[in-house]
Write a protein that binds this ligand. Structure first.
Ligand SMILES: [Fe+2]
Ligand SMILES: [Fe+2]
Length: 228
């Protein structure tokens, strides 16, 4: 597959979506409304009061895996924090409920002892992610906000870096049961749920990549500057 090119300010947003629709969730988490007309990234950002550099940094990183390091010190980490909070909200208040509902509909209608096990695995995965997000929202993000405000704090981003675990592993067991051992009277529904679970897994992994490879370096940079 050809390596996608780096996006620029003057790219027309609809062309980018037609080229690669997987950026749609990223646009929604930057709170970019639809009704995109023929606008460029720059137009849309200016109209909605979004930092175009923050958008380009995230979009290009997710598309190409390449980080424009000159952006790390000019984009405010608050832009990334806002994006991450919107992502948490999407998973907790929309995506997990959606998958759970479809999962229940896809379970075997006959009495099947595995039904309960499947729901139990899913619920324990959600619980793990909720705990993970809660720590970030109650500890990490407020720390970043206070650092931007120039306040002193005992916390450092290194603590988060050491503490930050993968959450997607918890989905492996669930996928394993369904793929290897499960028979259902509603196979079409279950195939759809599996696609959703794989998507969700990828989405959570890139969420985590943004925290590790964009937010953490940005905050290190800010910590260095605020010590001077
Ligand atoms: Fe997060
Ligand atoms: Fe995280």
């Amino acid at each position: 597959m050809m390596q996608p090119r780096q996006l620029r300010y003057d790219d027309v947003i609809i062309d980018i979506i037609n080229d690669d629709y997987t950026i749609l969730p990223l646009l929604s988490r930057f709170s970019i409304p639809l009704g995109l007309g023929n606008e460029t990234l720059n137009d849309v950002c200016r109209r909605n009061d979004i930092d175009v550099k923050a958008l380009l940094l995230v979009l290009n990183y997710i598309r190409t895996g390449i980080i424009d390091s000159s952006y790390i010190s000019v984009v405010s980490p608050l832009e990334v924090v806002r994006f991450l909070k919107n992502s948490h909200d999407y998973f907790i208040n929309y995506k997990f409920g959606h998958i759970r509902k479809n999962l229940i509909a896809a379970l075997d209608l006959e009495t099947n002892p595995t039904n309960n096990l499947i729901l139990k695995f899913f619920d324990s995965f959600v619980k793990k992610v909720e705990d993970h997000f809660r720590y970030e929202e109650n500890t990490v993000f407020p720390y970043v906000e206070s650092l931007v405000d120039g306040k002193k704090s005992a916390y450092t981003i290194e603590i988060f870096e050491r503490h930050h675990e993968e959450v997607v592993d918890a989905l492996a067991e669930l996928k394993n049961i369904i793929l290897r051992y499960y028979r259902t009277t509603a196979p079409n529904l279950m195939y759809d749920v599996l696609v959703d679970i794989y998507n969700c897994e990828e989405d959570l992994a890139s969420h985590s990549d943004i925290e590790n490879n964009l937010l953490i370096p940005m905050v290190y940079d800010l910590e260095r500057k605020s010590k001077k």
